[in-house]
Design a protein around this ligand. Sequence first.
Ligand code: ADE
Length: 252
Amino acid sequence: MTPEIGIFGGSGFYTFLDDAEPVTLETEWGPPSAPVTVAEVGGVGVAFLPRHGLGHELPPHRVNYRANVEAMRRLGVHTLVAPFAAGSLRPEIRPGDLVVVDQLVDRTWGRADTFHDRFDDGPRHVSLADPYTPRVRRALLDAGRRTGATVHDGGTVVVINGPRFSTRAESAWHRQAGWHVVNMTQYPEAALAREAGLDFGGIALVTDYDTGVDGDPDVAPVSQEEVFEVFRSNVDRVRALLFAAVADLAVR
Ligand code: ADE
């Protein structure tokens, strides 16, 4: 079956569907991070790809984002949803919460972030003014309400290169700029989805407070262990939300 919906798995989110058929693909950009698994959810084909690989062997700056997005496009998906682990930059966005983001700031560098490396067929400048498709955001928010998760409607994700976390000064700057969550993978996924003509949605699973919350000396800076532990204990909520969203996501 041709999948309509593509889902990228993140840290601690390596499988989505039982009895899914693995599809091994090559793209002109190289192989994706892992075989893509395709299965049916309520009559809708869903393709799943863990962006860091099945054993989390690919750090954020080494993920072949072009191959991953191209693999989804080649399989026929029209809508791509990218759940991701994120640090919170605001006290009211708590670890365990979900954020259906509506903007991003790219602070990555050196990543292959375009399918248009040459303009042989003429210029190709896409608009990324609105990186997240409103229809996809609505479907994710509605599903979040139905599943009872704490879901924040909107927010800006600032994407750092990693794999290290931010310094206190960087984190304070990100907070002062008014951004909401910080992550390492939403860029270039959003840009490549736009270039590929795919509708795109991003959903943050908040795992930590980055370097802490202003004025609260008890909040320790984020550690890798904290991110994986909080993600592991909340990933089923993300799964439930995605399952609940599939039918709406399929209506374009
Ligand atoms: N992913 C999860 N938590 C993060 C943080 N604090 N900074 C960057 N990426 C993250």
